[in-house]
Design a binder for this molecule. Structure first.
Ligand code: NAD
Length: 264
């Protein structure tokens, strides 16, 4: 195996099942020699996460709901007990009430706005605060974003606003943590059929649209996101921080519909 990530220990938040982007990143990091640990959100997901962890020899450090700060503290305490330090952190978490991932952004409620921003944006800062203390030899933090942060997308609504704030957080955290050689980057993934994505209105249409119009004429896989994750989490990207790296088959460069695309 390639020694790219040998000796690196990483905490990965956001594995829900075998379609999760976090799972794609975890497998790629393990394949390149990293040690990884998972959290899970609640008992229902624990039953899914534990067998996946066993499959690749990952640790499971406990329940973490980012709306409950004590659970964040608890999993970081467990990481410290396990490894005594941390080299990388993957944040692959987002949430909005499904009812607001359809229709108009203007109808967002204050309650769902606050909840979505807390879980999908602030939580990166919350985990970075804890990670900073353990990353005494530098480190790499990676979060997941989407093009809906940059441009209007149908149904993405409050999540687009949350991702815009998340991408700005990446830049501010990169500046704060850079002097300690802790890098902070994001992958902007093209649409992938996952549990979280199934909450977004017309998701199949969005997948087809990307397939017909992206330069590579297809969508991307969690494996492809995972491989780019290895680049951003390993020393290959040691000169890169504050970056939002698109893994979207090139969709973000397109300014107009492909005239040869079939109707959807
Ligand atoms: P997923 O459903 O597999 O993962 C979402 C994760 O968020 C789950 O593990 C869930 O437990 C976790 N989560 C939600 N609320 C939480 C909370 N309060 N505390 C702790 N964890 C919580 O879906 P995914 O598509 O792999 O999503 C991972 C990330 O990738 C998200 O940030 C998502 O916005 C982003 N992303 C997804 C796509 C896509 O098309 N699937 C595209 C670009 C970016």
């Amino acid at each position: 195996p390639s020694p790219l990530m040998a000796g690196k220990r990483g905490l990965i938040l956001g594995v829900a099942n075998n379609r999760s982007i976090a799972w794609g990143i975890a497998r790629a990091a393990r394949a390149h020699g990293a040690e990884v640990a998972f959290t899970y959100q609640g008992d229902a997901l624990k039953k899914r996460v534990e067998p996946l962890a066993a499959e690749i020899g990952a640790h499971v450090v406990g329940h973490c709901d980012v709306t409950v700060p004590e659970t964040i503290d608890a999993v970081f305490a467990e990481v410290e007990r396990l490894w005594g330090g941390l080299d990388f952190l993957v944040h692959a978490i987002a949430f909005s009430d499904k009812d607001e991932l359809t229709g108009r952004y203007i109808d967002t409620t204050e309650e769902n706005f606050s909840k979505s921003l807390l879980i999908s944006c602030y939580s990166l800062t919350a985990v970075a605060q804890r990670a900073e203390k353990l990353m005494t030899n530098g480190g790499a933090i990676l979060t997941m974003t989407y093009y809906g942060a940059e441009k209007w997308m149908p149904h993405y609504n409050v999540m687009g606003v949350a991702k815009a704030a998340l991408e700005a957080s990446v830049r501010y955290l990169a500046a704060d943590l850079g002097p300690q050689n802790i890098r902070v980057n994001a992958i902007s993934a093209g649409p992938i059929k996952t549990l979280a994505a199934s909450g977004i209105g017309d998701f199949r249409y969005i997948l087809k649209w990307n397939e017909y119009n992206a330069p590579l004429r297809r969508t991307v896989t969690p494996e492809e996101v995972g491989d780019t994750g290895v680049y951003l989490l390993s020393d290959l990207s040691r000169g890169v921080t504050g970056e939002v790296h698109h893994v979207d088959a090139g969709y973000h460069v397109v300014g107009m519909k492909n005239p040869d695309a079939p109707d959807i």
